[in-house]
Design a binder for this molecule. Structure first.
Ligand code: NAD
Ligand code: ISE
Length: 349
């Protein structure tokens, strides 16, 4: 392994990009942020200020071309990912790309094709739940076979609120995409159909959406996943999953809390709820970034692949269609290319 730190460019310096830059500078080993890029010039300049080793750009291509940049973290909005992914692949640069890989399967396929032309995996997708301690314990239990074959999973995914640009389609493409990836990863199966049900009493609290909505996924083995997606519940960030198998069940995030302090006093039981994903999944982002840096420095690429990003995008496309017309939509997937045939994916460095 090279002793020199991995030089990284971070594209998109909003909420996630800023958090990733902070971790890469302060808590991840073996890495140096050499460039940051954002269309918002003031934001990117502020992030580079006081860091002479880090160049600030408003053009992502200029960040990729900065001397010393050997790898890229993409944290711009989903529709901007494809262009940077293709530019990074053309330069042979390894990438950690925030989810969604792309918001549409056609764009994801173009990325898959470019990665195959490069002849090796260069992309890891930011499905960080695969690095969360609770999800890893759940995965280990399911893999042990103790609970028997999976039958159902009931998921809850609630956010306090969403930014102004958040659309109804993003409830699927940006939020439920996590449960889609978790179901595929936990059970090592593809999802082949999606149905979306909206309560007639829904409030429509986020960007003209009916909110909450119920998304029903059917897997290749006939197991069923229900996801309550509540984009703007107003009270806390809650992520829960209960897996029901032939011989038992397993639950994570049972009361919507995560490692929260609980107290009992004066005849009452109480505790806190995280307010956002940075709070709930902070440890997972840390493990994800460290794993990506470590494996990249060793010349390997592990973790969620571009195929996982494509398969999730295909399920999302079916989900958005089902959301629009209320019907059941089947998922169209191309055959999995040889580069992505290894089905079990290691997520711990
Ligand atoms: P954000 O709106 O806070 O930040 C996006 C930033 O990208 C902004 O600073 C914006 O100016 C910049 N930007 C817009 N277009 C750009 C372009 N073409 N090139 C460069 N910069 C551009 O959004 P966010 O919440 O930080 O989300 C960013 C990405 O991270 C999205 O893909 C989102 O889905 C993902 N995300 C992942 C998680 C997670 O839990 N893994 C959580 C939140 C967001
Ligand atoms: C956001 O983009 C994320 O990825 C969060 O993890 C998720 O909980 C939220 O719903 C998305 O908007």
């Amino acid at each position: 392994m090279s002793k020199a730190p991995l030089g990284v460019a971070v594209i998109g310096t909003g909420r996630m990009g800023t958090d990733h830059v902070r971790r890469l500078r302060e808590t991840v080993n073996g890495v140096q942020v050499r460039a940051v890029a954002d269309v918002d010039g003031e934001r990117v300049a502020a992030l580079a200020a006081g860091h002479p080793e880090c160049a600030a750009h408003t053009d992502p291509a200029a960040a990729l071309a900065t001397p010393g940049v050997e790898a890229v973290v993409i944290a711009s909005p989903g529709p901007a990912h494809e262009e940077v992914l293709l530019a990074a692949l053309a330069r042979g640069l390894p990438v950690l790309c925030e989810k969604p890989l792309t918001p549409d399967p056609a764009g994801a396929l173009r990325v898959l094709e470019a990665e195959q032309r490069a002849g090796r995996r260069l992309i890891q997708v930011g499905f960080m739940r695969r690095y969360d301690a609770d999800y890893l314990r759940l995965k280990a239990l399911l893999d042990s076979g103790e609970l028997g074959p999976p039958r159902m999973m009931h998921c809850v995914h609630r956010n306090v609120g969403m930014p102004g640009y958040f659309t109804e389609q993003m409830m699927i493409n940006d939020s439920v995409v996590h449960e889609i990836d978790c179901a595929r990863w936990l059970w090592d199966q593809e999802i082949h159909a999606v149905t979306v049900v909206k309560p007639t009493t829904a409030t429509g609290s986020s960007a003209a959406a009916s909110d909450p909505q119920l998304v029903l996924l059917e897997t290749s083995s006939g197991a069923v996943v229900t996801v309550e997606i509540f984009a703007a519940c107003g009270f806390g960030y809650q992520v829960r999953a209960e897996v029901v198998c032939a011989h038992g069940t397993a639950t994570i995030g049972a009361d919507g809390a995560h490692s929260g302090l609980r107290s009992t006093a004066a005849g009452r039981w109480s505790g806190g709820v995280p307010l956002d994903f940075l709070d709930r999944f902070g440890d997972a982002y840390q493990r994800e970034l460290q794993h990506w840096v470590t494996t990249t420095r060793e010349g390997r690429m592990e973790g969620p692949s571009a195929w996982d990003g494509y398969a999730a995008a295909a399920v999302c496309a079916a989900g958005v269609a089902a959301q629009r017309d209320g019907g059941r939509r089947t998922v169209e997937l191309v055959e999995r290319p040889a580069l992505y045939r290894e089905s079990r994916i290691r997520t711990s460095a």
